[in-house]
Design a protein around this ligand. Structure first.
Ligand SMILES: Nc1ccn([C@@H]2O[C@H](COP(=O)(O)OP(=O)(O)OP(=O)(O)O)[C@@H](O)[C@H]2O)c(=O)n1
Ligand SMILES: C[C@](O)(CO)[C@H](O)COP(=O)(O)O
Length: 250
């Protein structure tokens, strides 16, 4: 399908790419992070359900650990997932950026809006997913969910000798800073161009779009969309799930 004949993001279907190929080094030894359990269910399944909960999302592409695609397919088959959503699994790469690109290589042509969501953010609420989709459908080429910071942030220079204190060189004005989450949402053509154009390593997809000179916009993120990175995050995630179960009356 050529770009001219492609429907606009306002009309088209939404796909989500879930990079889940990381090892989870900061979480400590064990299975790849996305396959570790949260309250008995793999983190990846929580993340897939969170995205598939959006009525907008009709395809989820899971980017599995490089040698784990068969295991991920079995996990998707073994867990209840919405029937209206299609699922694809592809093997991932060495970096998050490469894994996202491998996911995009599997994107069918009819999807004009693409979400990229970390498997490591398993508890993102559906309202956050919907807010990102709606902002892309309203015309933004790239959208990030973002929260104000609680801590003051310092820029530091390298220590003179490894292990010495690092000199602080600046204190950016906190009110202007945001902590950025996922899902990040994109007009398909913009995201594909960003991944074709930007070759240096970056930490999120939206920054690749910034490098194209396009405007990225922020919508409100959510505290429960935090990234499970270190062991304490697992404790928080299980506490959030326990609170949800109580609130749902289970
Ligand atoms: N080669 C990689 C590296 C990361 N990711 C994914 O990108 C998301 C965000 O990455 P992060 O939280 O840093 O996960 P890990 O790379 O697994 O963590 P660590 O850096 O602690 O090893 C995760 O869902 C992770 O699975 C990926 O798909 N492919
Ligand atoms: C994409 C991201 O979650 C936005 O905050 C973050 O940059 C991923 O970083 P990581 O070091 O790959 O976890």
């Amino acid at each position: 399908m050529s770009d001219e004949s492609r429907p606009s993001p306002a009309q088209t279907a939404v796909a989500a790419v879930i990079p889940a190929a990381g090892r989870g080094v900061r979480l400590g030894p064990g299975a790849p992070k996305a396959l570790r359990a949260l309250n008995g269910t793999p983190m990846l399944i929580h993340a897939v359900r969170a995205l598939a909960a959006s009525r907008h999302v009709s395809l989820v592409i899971v980017v599995a650990p490089p040698d784990g695609a068969a295991e991920v397919k079995s996990l998707l088959d073994a867990h209840a997932l919405p029937e209206r959503t299609d699922f694809l699994v592809v093997p991932g790469g060495e970096s998050r950026q490469e894994s996202v690109r491998l996911g995009l290589d599997a994107l069918p042509p009819e999807y004009g809006v693409v979400l990229v969501h970390d498997a490591a953010r398993p508890l993102v609420p559906v309202d956050t997913v919907d807010a990102v989709v709606e902002a892309v459908r309203a015309g933004a080429p790239a959208v990030v969910p973002a929260l104000p910071l609680a801590d003051t942030v310092k820029e530091v220079a390298p220590a003179a000798t490894a292990g010495d204190p690092e000199p602080v060189v600046a204190t950016p004005e906190r009110a202007r800073l945001r902590a950025v989450q996922t899902p990040q949402g994109f007009d398909r053509a913009t995201l594909l161009r960003a991944h074709e154009t930007v070759t240096e390593d970056v930490t999120d997809d939206a920054s690749m779009v910034e490098q194209l000179g396009l405007t990225v916009v922020a919508v409100p993120g959510h505290e429960e969309a935090f990234k499970v990175t270190r062991p304490l995050d697992l404790v928080l995630a299980e506490a959030v799930l326990a609170r949800r179960r109580l609130n749902d009356g289970f």
